[in-house]
Design a binder for this molecule. Structure first.
Ligand SMILES: NC(=O)c1ccc[n+]([C@@H]2O[C@H](COP(=O)([O-])OP(=O)(O)OC[C@H]3O[C@@H](n4cnc5c(N)ncnc54)[C@H](O)[C@@H]3O)[C@@H](O)[C@H]2O)c1
Length: 321
């Protein structure tokens, strides 16, 4: 089986690649193509003979035969929320135009590939019920969420037409993201754990009473893989499925850090409100009913402590305290 991960050199792309290479899926993986505009730096992935890394813009790669012989696609390549809000053209080009090229290239294949799309809780906003269900109508309030929602709809329609076998998965904010901060409006949720644990200060740009919906990298990857493996009958609706996560207030994230690493480390988090980030993140829902995912056996982290412990266990070299 040959699988393509777009955005394969990104945070979740690399985590997903490692999981797929363990052959968790039913059919053995013969080739894993990791396509990204950024070079692949993970030494273990680079060294794996089943991995082919392709570097360049996705739309261009697609016209150069990227999908040749592919059975399945995880479409993760994207510009993140902060970038899309700062420059609408970047978001439209990366998130919408590239997805359209991907879907239309899928139409040319002899067999419709299975395609998992990483959508986001950012499709929701505006006037919402207190608890978001799988069938709550999204009303995105920022460009990133709008682009994700349009892609969900296109993927549902291409699936209805039989051009692809699409699976739209809405991820909560995935925390803790290792490495350097990125331009996602939600990036601080990782930063306020990651930086203090590495001995550095971190800014919390929102009111700590703000509610957020988060999951861990392990659960996010498990959700993407389950979406790929589930039969069409089990998957059911072509509309997107919300992945399980934790509903917490930002103050509870800082409290979990305090319990894990002590008061001195937690004191490295400083609250400095950023209006733009507060408006984006504060407009997202944080309570979800994920009945559909749970019916497939999916779950999320049970507590904030689990989430911090997962980061410490997975990235010990990044923890200096
Ligand atoms: N991490 C989260 O909290 C989260 C939450 C909800 C949804 N998602 C979605 O999950 C996916 C993966 O997220 P991530 O955290 O790994 O993001 P990431 O930024 O680490 O990875 C995305 C990758 O896409 C690549 N990319 C961007 N433009 C490209 C282009 N034109 N051509 C080829 N590659 C391009 C980037 O270089 C990057 O490596 C994204 O679609 C994101 O929107 C992530």
């Amino acid at each position: 089986m040959k699988i393509l991960i777009t955005g394969g050199a990104g945070f979740l792309g690399q985590r997903l690649a490692h999981a797929l290479l363990k052959n968790v899926q039913k059919q053995p993986l013969t080739e894993l193509v990791l396509a990204d505009i950024a070079p692949l730096r993970d030494a273990a992935l680079v060294a794996d003979r089943r991995v082919r890394s392709v570097t360049g813009d996705l739309a261009q790669q697609l016209t150069d035969g990227l999908l040749h012989g592919v059975d399945g696609v995880f479409h993760l390549a994207a510009a993140v929320s902060g970038e899309c809000e700062a420059d609408i053209d970047v978001g439209l080009r990366t998130n919408l135009d590239s997805t359209r090229v991907l879907l239309d290239t899928c139409r040319t294949l002899s067999k419709p590939p299975r395609l998992v799309f990483s959508s986001s809780l950012a499709v929701f906003g505006g006037t919402m019920p207190t608890v978001i269900a799988d069938y709550t109508l999204p009303q995105p309030q920022n460009s990133y969420g709008t682009q994700k929602f349009i892609c969900e709809q296109l993927i549902a329609d291409y699936t209805r037409k039989g051009y692809i076998d699409g699976r739209n998965v809405r991820l909560p904010t995935v925390t803790v993201r290792p490495g350097k901060p990125n331009k996602a409006a939600s990036g601080f949720m990782s930063g306020i754990i990651r930086e203090p644990l590495a001995g550095a200060d971190a800014i919390c740009p929102v009111d700590p009473a703000t509610g957020v919906w988060i999951t861990s990298p392990r659960f996010a990857v498990a959700g993407l893989i389950a979406a790929y493996q589930t039969s069409q009958e089990q998957w059911g609706s072509r509309t997107a499925m919300n992945l399980p996560g934790l509903s917490v207030r930002v103050a509870e994230i800082i409290e979990a850090l305090r319990r894990s690493a002590g008061a001195t480390v937690a004191a490295r988090v400083r609250v400095e409100i950023d209006e733009t980030i507060s408006n984006i993140v504060g407009g997202w829902p944080w309570r979800f009913d994920t009945a559909r995912a749970r019916a497939l056996g999916l779950s999320g982290p049970l507590t904030m402590d689990d989430l911090v412990a997962e980061y410490v266990a997975d990235y010990p070299a990044a923890v200096s305290t």
